[in-house]
Design a protein around this ligand. Structure first.
Ligand SMILES: Nc1nc2c(c(=O)[nH]1)N[C@H]1C(S)=C(S)[C@@H](COP(=O)(O)O)O[C@H]1N2
Ligand SMILES: [Mo]
Length: 311
C-alpha cells in the first residue's frame, strides 16, 4: 500500500503535517466516514501535544516520513502480522495506568508508575532514521529522552552487563498474542554500553504528540543503528542482567536474526541482501549505510568484533 509507483504520488503526500491533519479532520467529520466506514483506525485520533525541545545535534535533516505512513504502516505483531493491523486494532490497548518493573542487577529495583519514571526527564525531539530488516526505512521525529539518563537513576551494579526489555503481555487486548507467531511476551536486549550510548532513546511520542498506540505507546525503545525489531514497543520491564538475554527474533529464527542486529549492508539476511532499502514514500531504492549512517557515534563499540559472526 505504501510502496508507490511514481504515478501514484499525490500532492497530498508532500503537504506538511498541519495541512495533513486538517485534511484528516475533514475526512473524519464529513464524507470520509460515510464513504470509508472501514478505515477508521487508531491513527485517526488526535493525540495530546507534548512539551519538548528540539535536539538538532542528534537529528538528521532528511525529509520526514509523513505522519500517515508512520502511523499506518507498522510492525507490532501483538496486533497482527500485517502492516495495517496495528493501526486498526491497537486502539483497544489500555495505556493508563502503566507501570514499569526495574529489576535484576540494580541498586533501586521496584515497580514504578510511568508518571514517576518520566517526572525527572525533560523531553526532546530527535529525528532518527529507522531501518527495518525488511528493507524499508522511515525518518521519524521521536519525542523522548536518552535511556542512559534513566539507567543512571536506578544505579545498575557492576554485574549488569546487559539490559533486557519486555513488552506487555495482555492477550485480552493484544489479539496477536493468541497466536504463536512469536514467543510472548516480546523481549529484546542490549549490551550495557549500547544501552548507555547517547543515541539510545526511550520515546513517548512522535510528531510532537503522545505516542500513537500502534507505534508502541506509552513508551518504546529507539535504537537507530540497529534493525527495527530491536526498538521494542510498549515496555513493562527493564532488567539488568549478567548474561546475554534472549530476544524474540533470535529465539524465532537464530540463523536469520542475531543478538546485535546492527544495520549492515555487508551482511546479507539468509533470504535477501541488505544492501538497499526503500524509504517509505519514495520510489527509487537507496543504498543502506553501515550502522544505518550512525557509525561515527557507534562503530567504536564493535571494534575488533567480527560483525559476520556477531550479526
Ligand atoms: N513489542 C513489539 N515491538 C516491536 C515489534 C513488535 O512486533 N512487537 N516490531 C518491531 C519491528 S520489526 C519494527 S520495524 C519496529 C516498527 O516500529 P514502528 O511501527 O513505530 O515503525 O517496531 C519493533 N518493535
Ligand atoms: Mo522491522
Amino acid at each position: 500500500m505504501l510502496i508507490k509507483k511514481p504515478g501514484d504520488i499525490k500532492p497530498s503526500e508532500i503537504t506538511d503535517e498541519s495541512v495533513y491533519m486538517r485534511r484528516r479532520e475533514f475526512m473524519q467529520t464529513t464524507a470520509g466516514l460515510a464513504l470509508l466506514p472501514f478505515v477508521k483506525t487508531a491513527s485517526a485520533k488526535t493525540e495530546a501535544a507534548l512539551k519538548h525541545v528540539k535536539n538538532k545535534k542528534f537529528s538528521t535533516d532528511e525529509k520526514l516520513t509523513d505522519h500517515a505512513s508512520i502511523t499506518s504502516y507498522n510492525n507490532f505483531y501483538e496486533f497482527g502480522t500485517d502492516k495495517t493491523s496495528p493501526a486498526k486494532y491497537a486502539d483497544r490497548l489500555t495505556t493508563s495506568p502503566w507501570s514499569i518493573t526495574i529489576d535484576g542487577e540494580v541498586a533501586k529495583p521496584g515497580k514504578y508508575n510511568l508518571e514517576d519514571i518520566l517526572k525527572p526527564h525533560s523531553l526532546e525531539e530527535r529525528i532518527y532514521r529507522l531501518r527495518c530488516v525488511e528493507r524499508w526505512s522511515m525518518v521519524v521525529p521521536w519525542i523522548g529522552f536518552s535511556l542512559a539518563d534513566l539507567i543512571k537513576r536506578f544505579e545498575p551494579t557492576s554485574k549488569a552487563r546487559y539490559v533486557q526489555f519486555t513488552t506487555l503481555y495482555r492477550p485480552s487486548e493484544m489479539p496477536g498474542q493468541k497466536r504463536s507467531v512469536l514467543e510472548w511476551p516480546y523481549v529484546e536486549g542490549l549490551r550495557i554500553d549500547e544501552a548507555m550510548n547517547p543515541l539510545t532513546f526511550l520515546a513517548v511520542g512522535l510528531y510532537g504528540k503522545v505516542m500513537p498506540k500502534q507505534n508502541g505507546a506509552p513508551i518504546r525503545l529507539v535504537v537507530p543503528w540497529k534493525y527495527g525489531y530491536k526498538s521494542i514497543k510498549s515496555i513493562v520491564r527493564i532488567s539488568f542482567v549478567q548474561n546475554e538475554p534472549p530476544t524474540s527474533w533470535n529465539l524465532s529464527a537464530p540463523n536469520e536474526y542475531g543478538f546485535f542486529s546492527n544495520v549492515n549492508p555487508e551482511v546479507d539476511h539468509p533470504r535477501w541482501s541488505q544492501r538497499k532499502e526503500r524509504r517509505i514514500g519514495e520510489f527509487l531504492r537507496r543504498d543502506t549505510q553501515m550502522f544505518n549512517g550512525y557509525g561515527e557515534q557507534v562503530a567504536s563499540m564493535y571494534r575488533g568484533m567480527d560483525l559476520r559472526k556477531y550479526y
